[in-house]
Design a protein around this ligand. Structure first.
Ligand code: ATR
Length: 286
């Protein structure tokens, strides 16, 4: 059995103050009778490399990565899982015995598992979706939706260069699954909205203390499922307005928990479970 001092993991990102990840992992540690810690450190871009070096020296078992470091950490890892390689972003890192970094991406699993749990009857195959955002989370979501064999996936982003790079990076995977992926200009995406089965907000817009997503709800059909990866607040303005229109909605909390389960199992070799107690604990913190 590993000693208590080895059970050290954490989240790095900026900002991390509002993160529920420490609560989730501390719950999982208790659930599995493990003694350890999971902290959240605010790490700015210039400090990223030195902080990671310090984690290796201090024998952390691994760490999660959130906004804005997922793509940078991808480049810093020595080994990558197949999923992380295809996505081009890392949100879960294992620090191996020799101090090298093994990068994985559990956002894709978290996104899809949450979708299955909240809308089990939603058919994606041959349907179209719009993803808003082109950051690390969007990459994982695009990967999931390509694998779900949707017919067309539209993606939009404020920063057009980032959007173009995302499209280029996923061209080959999309071709392999016979899925059409199309970039839509930030000012134009609302035109696509009436025709889609699934709308995903993969930006931080709508998050507590952030700007709202500027959205014309008149264009939204009540047939469209609206998924917001933001979980604080649980019901973003986007979700509340969509719900008013009668749209099925998917909140972001489950994605956070399901992605966390993957990291926990990777580091601690035990399978945690997402139960009502944990759900209520998390809801009480929102
Ligand atoms: P994550 O890893 O969680 O996806 P990220 O890689 O930093 O985080 O991506 C954040 C996403 O939110 C990006 O699509 C970003 O758009 P830009 O690429 O244009 O920066 C989007 N985003 C954040 N703040 C935004 C804002 N005020 N308006 C529009 N998009 C925003």
């Amino acid at each position: 059995m590993l000693t208590a001092s080895i059970y050290k993991a954490l989240l790095i990102g900026d900002p991390v103050k509002q993160s529920l990840s420490p609560i989730i992992h501390q719950y999982f540690l208790q659930q599995n009778n493990l003694i350890g810690s999971y902290e959240a450190w605010q790490v700015t871009k210039p400090n990223l490399t030195s902080v990671i070096k310090c984690l290796v020296e201090q024998k952390y078992v691994g760490f999660n990565v959130t906004i804005p470091h997922k793509e940078e950490v991808f480049l810093l890892c020595h080994k990558l899982s197949k999923t992380a390689k295809l996505i081009g972003a890392v949100n879960t890192v294992s620090i191996l015995a020799d101090g090298s970094l093994y990068g994985h991406n559990s956002d894709a699993f978290g996104f899809y598992e949450n979708l299955l749990q909240q809308q089990p009857n939603l058919i994606l195959n041959n349907q179209s979706a719009l993803i808003i955002g082109a950051g690390g989370a969007s990459r994982a979501i695009l990967y999931s939706l390509i694998k779900a064999k949707m017919s067309t996936i539209f993606i939009t982003n404020r920063n057009q260069n980032k959007l173009d790079k995302l499209l280029t990076d996923f061209t080959s995977l999309a071709k392999q699954y016979q899925v059409k992926i199309m970039a839509v200009a930030w000012q134009e995406y609302i035109k696509i909205v009436p025709q889609i089965t699934l709308l995903v907000n993969a930006t931080s817009l709508g998050m507590l203390n952030q700007n709202e997503l500027n959205f014309d709800f008149n264009q939204l059909s009540c047939q469209t499922t609206v998924y917001d990866i933001v979980y604080k607040p649980l019901y973003t303005k986007l979700l509340l307005e969509a719900q008013k229109k009668g749209c099925p909605i998917i909140t972001g909390l489950g994605m956070l928990v399901y992605q966390a389960m993957v990291g926990f199992e990777l580091w601690f070799k035990q399978k945690p479970s997402y139960n009502i107690e944990l759900q209520q604990l998390l809801l009480s913190k929102l």
